[in-house]
Design a protein around this ligand. Sequence first.
Ligand SMILES: Cc1ncc(COP(=O)(O)O)c(C=O)c1O
Length: 398
Amino acid sequence: MQFTNRINRIQVSATAALISAADQMKSKGVEVADFGPGEPDFPTPEHIKKAAMKAIEENRTKYTPTGGIMPLREAIAAWHKRELGSGYTARECLVSVGGKHAIFNAACALIQNGDEVILPAPYWVSFPDIIKFAGGTPVIVQTRAEEGFGAKAAEIEKAITPKTKMMIINSPSNPCGGVVDPPEFEKILALCQKHHIWLMADECYSHFVYEPHKPFSIASARDSKSNVIIIGSVSKTFAMTGWRIGYTLAPEELIQAMLKVQSQCTSNPTSIAQYAALEAMRGTMETVPPMLAEYTKRRRRIVEGLRAIPGVTCEWPGGAFYAFPNVSARLGEGKDALAKDCLELSRLLLEKAHVALMGGESFGAPGYLRLSYATSLERIDEGLQRLDKFFSRAEAAS
Ligand SMILES: Cc1ncc(COP(=O)(O)O)c(C=O)c1O
């Protein structure tokens, strides 16, 4: 079959491919130690579920305005102001089918053939494909493990050309938990303003940061509004991945352009999920600190466990819920090598040790593995044991 160039430029999300391979194994009865899914293992909080049930009982099951019900747009703007210090109105807010959809809409509205988009690596798997689908070219800027994988304005400046249309900062980041410190973020903003570049800030993990970091939005900086696009989501903060609600905060003109895309694509996000998200935005934030406390414990366990494995180094992630160890000492052709690269290593780990994790190649970071620790301490321990055995056996055999 012949497909469009647009389709041929992109691939199925590598995360989705891993989840499907791990699921196939599980369906055959294999106990997989699963570090794959980037989603909280906590249930959606009760008050949010109740709001959805109430919405069904009250027959709030019809089309809504394409960009989301007005109370939700107002509540998102108010929540963002309260939690992260911005100053948006409901007219500067668009509700979409998850944060991914929000990013896709913004890319369709702003990026076209010939445009360059600066993307710090390691990056979230979907960014390059969304950029390419829109016709743009991702321009990758490497960040450094020893600097906590935080993007640096000085490095970014070197990548700016007359074709640069946008840059994307995802802080805290998936896959490596990198956090951009507020002063550096402000320098990046100034750079974008100087060069008339859009700054997209993906804040999906904003509330999962570890000491000494604090939740931060670049939208709290003075005069940030004109070229900043904030992408947010209820998926992680409120353990609502399946509800599919995300949002954009941006200048009204851009919101209107994105609304056009959405109106010809999905129409409104699910009405019931919107009422659940409304409760998330208006209701208590008390459910968030216990999740963060649990992630904090798991982070310690997994990073310490990984560091104890021969040939593995691992930085402390500043936020999100991913450990990102470097295993390059165990790759290649040498006598300690387990595989030629991390794609092969992750395939071997799934087949032979029944551990599901992602190879860093998918994130622009060869030599690294991504392990989600949105899973119980028991499962983390089990997975670490299997990894240790796999890495040690290969060492003994060599
Ligand atoms: C960095 C990042 N941005 C955006 C998303 C999209 O989240 P959702 O579409 O569930 O809101 C994810 C999900 O994993 C993510 O990791």
